[in-house]
Design a protein around this ligand. Structure first.
Ligand code: F6R
Length: 243
């Protein structure tokens, strides 16, 4: 795990935007795995500001997760989030955007379709990740066992609270379940870049990077991946190296 600490969240975002531009220039048909959440918003903003430097026409994308029950047009859906923050502003082709359909009648079949689609695209080249306060990646929540592949998951109360902003500030309005890439889906990406900013992430970042591997902190499994970059601002890095 290579850890890089930047002074501010803005500095992290600038670095992520440059990294994405460099990767897409190097491989214009790269397959990107993308997160939603507050952390990547600034990075997407910076990338959009530099969009003249790069074309996404051959790029394929797969987002990590989606809420069960929400169709692509629901204002709280992650699909809409991505449209607002990235897809509407770059030249990615709609047919190249992979997304879990939270409104699918058969969620099991939908998860299987997603795994096939990722494999059919040749696997994920670069997976961007955030990290939950509880150490989740995607919506792989801490639990005695973790699912390997894309699956339906019950969200923990802290995760619903963290997502309340897009649901009128009311955690009870956040869907109780989601579809999420599994741990193996994520860990098969050829390169992983995890972003964390803010003091609220310091404890889980420390456990992720320096603690034991445990299903109770799913991000700790990133320690076994050979090609992981962790980009932090100073507050998120504050607890590293002083166990
Ligand atoms: C979102 C996702 C989640 C978030 C995590 C951090 O697609 O997969 O794992 O990355 O919950 O969220 P923020 O960035 O809002 O703190």
């Amino acid at each position: 795990m290579r850890i890089e600490v930047f002074r501010t969240a803005e500095d992290v975002a600038a670095a992520v935007a440059e990294l994405l531009i460099t990767e897409v220039q190097r491989d214009p048909a790269i397959v990107l795995g993308l997160p939603t959440g507050r952390t990547p918003v600034l990075s997407y903003e910076r990338l959009v500001a530099k969009r003249h430097r790069v074309s996404f026409r051959q790029v394929r994308t797969f987002n990590l997760d989606e809420f069960v029950g929400l169709g692509a047009d629901h204002p709280g859906s992650y699909r809409r989030f991505m449209e607002r923050h990235l897809f509407a502003h770059v030249d990615v082709l709609p047919a190249h955007i992979g997304f879990l359909d939270g409104a699918a009648a058969d969620t099991q079949a939908e998860c299987e379709r997603y795994e096939r689609a990722i494999a059919g695209a040749g696997g994920i080249g670069l997976q961007l990740l955030g990290i939950g306060n509880n150490g989740h990646i995607g919506f792989n929540e801490p639990a005695p066992e973790l699912a390997a592949r894309t699956h339906r998951v019950v969200l923990l109360p802290e995760t619903r609270r963290a997502n309340a902003a897009d649901f009128g500030g009311d955690p009870d309005q956040v869907p109780r379940e989601a579809l999420s890439m599994g741990m193996a889906t994520i860990l098969h990406a050829r390169r992983i870049v995890l972003l964390a900013t803010g003091a609220g992430k310091a404890a889980c970042v420390q456990r992720m990077a320096e603690g034991s591997l445990t299903t109770m902190l799913p991000a700790s499994f990133l320690q076994v991946h050979p090609n992981v970059d962790v980009l932090l601002d100073e507050p998120a890095a504050a607890r590293l190296g002083r166990r």
